[in-house]
Design a protein. Structure first.
Length: 65
């Protein structure tokens, strides 16, 4: 199982964290996702680009690094 770390800024509340977590968990190949205000730790075989696109599709004021 692959591990990927994402860093981001702009997450301000629990609702945003929950939305990001749900979006990541819905992706094919994601086994687990731990999301916080400053980033996410993702386990599974999903590609990094897919993870970033899933977060960007939420249209939140979040910058993924």
């Amino acid at each position: 199982m692959a591990h990927q770390s994402l860093s981001f800024t702009g997450v301000e509340n629990a609702d945003q964290i929950n939305r990001i977590t749900t979006a990541l968990m819905m992706l094919d190949g994601v086994d687990s996702a731990e999301v916080g205000r400053h980033g996410a730790e993702v386990e599974g075989r999903a590609r990094r680009e897919a993870l970033i696109k899933a977060i960007e599709a939420l249209k939140l004021p979040v910058q993924v690094k």
